[in-house]
Design a protein around this ligand. Sequence first.
Ligand code: ADP
Ligand code: MG
Length: 238
Amino acid sequence: MATVSLNNLVKKYGNLEVVHSINLDVADREFIALVGPSGCGKSTSLRMIAGLEDITGGEIRIGDRVVNDLPPRQRNISMVFQSYALYPHMSVAENMGFSLKIAGRPKSEIDAAVAEAARTLSLEELLERRPSQLSGGQRQRVAMGRAIVRKPDVFLFDEPLSNLDAKLRMQMRTEIKKLHAQVQSTVIYVTHDQVEAMTLSDRIVIMRDGHIEQVDTPEEVFQRPATRFVAGFIGSPS
Ligand code: ADP
Ligand code: MG
């Protein structure tokens, strides 16, 4: 069960508090979009969930475990970033299998997991290529493939499409939706693109200056924005 709960989660950098005691309960297999202006604390929150950033206060639960002190590897999450550095000297297949390889999994298991991920993401024809021989969209698909081979309970995305052009972004949105339906994991998806958030998610979390303004379905957020800020950000009629 991959629920994610943030309880009074706080982050300070030195004396500067950038996440102010936020609370959020994400259901198993839910697709949550986390939106808000640049600098409001989206990436910091995601990185704390991933274990890439220490927390200053509060608690993070994944399933029935408090993961505050667990290293990233033990949290059963995968994260896909905007800058998804692939290993240039490895083939697509090697890139996708790498995390399983360093975890010491047998070759047969790695090959099977890579083949399955390649099918899911239509990468079968590209497995022997190097990253330099791929388009931007193909590279982003490999980055997602690398994330799904580990069959994580929770996927964290940090603006994964913002380096792509508009047409490719549309295409990848469809891919991500398909991916979510197939792998059945819980997703927390950070974006500053309201349209992306509205079309992909079950619920939207709107952040502003380190706190949460509203958590609701796309329809509710649009029809009944809780604050003037939300209305402005989502572009609701006022
Ligand atoms: P977002 O992803 O919503 O654009 P971030 O989570 O990256 O925002 O940043 C939130 C706030 O924390 C910003 O004010 C940012 O400048 C600050 N911040 C982020 N990382 C660091 C860091 N390593 N040291 C100091 N301040 C940071
Ligand atoms: Mg960010």
